[in-house]
Design a protein around this ligand. Sequence first.
Ligand SMILES: CC(C)(COP(=O)(O)OP(=O)(O)OC[C@H]1O[C@@H](n2cnc3c(N)ncnc32)[C@H](O)[C@@H]1OP(=O)(O)O)[C@@H](O)C(=O)NCCC(=O)NCCS
Length: 188
Amino acid sequence: MNKPKRSKIPKRGKIEVRAAELSDIEALTRIYAGSNAYAQTLQLPFQSLEVWRKRLTTNDDTQHSLVATVAGEVVGNLGITRFTRPRRAHVGEIGMGVRDDWQGKGVGSALLAAALDLADNWLGMRRIELHVHADNAPAIALYRRFGFEVEGTHRAYAIRNGVYVDSLSMARLIEGPRITKGAKKAKP
Ligand SMILES: CC(C)(COP(=O)(O)OP(=O)(O)OC[C@H]1O[C@@H](n2cnc3c(N)ncnc32)[C@H](O)[C@@H]1OP(=O)(O)O)[C@@H](O)C(=O)NCCC(=O)NCCS
């Protein structure tokens, strides 16, 4: 008998995405304290609240930090950062994590959809790039679904629980935004 497909509708309500606030520091720390969340990102098993406080308070126009909530509870995070070197100003980098007990329920998809809308339609980015551990099948599947392609492999990119693991570079490119037709010339 076929296993029923897991429902993507969270049991406790609708997934909403908003900007991260200073009051989310504890929830963000909790997300990345999950053993899968820190293992599959570049976070550490013991991270103080201070790390997130610094990240959120040094926020400037190049950094956009989003959170996903379900019934008001923060269960996922995505950060998108624009490169500051002038010739890479069209490029943004993404990092994300969903709380371990909320993975596989559509939270990552909601965050990524919101971040790409922001990047494409409001920030005018043309290339979004990221790194993902080569064995992180759920993340790779999610990124491919949103148009990211694998560009290469970095060998022994990061240490994870005593092993140097490979990482993939993935990127998604889009055409530039259209330009409005100019207003009709005023009659002399
Ligand atoms: C990767 C991550 C952000 C995705 O968020 P999420 O909320 O779990 O993602 P979603 O539920 O929206 O979608 C996950 C997709 O992976 C798929 N998936 C799950 N396990 C899979 C597997 N073993 N192989 C392939 N695909 C898999 C799901 O089926 C789903 O795709 P679908 O909607 O087409 O069915 C989240 O799982 C996470 O935080 N993981 C730990 C930290 C991490 O990996 N961060 C990203 C670092 S680059």
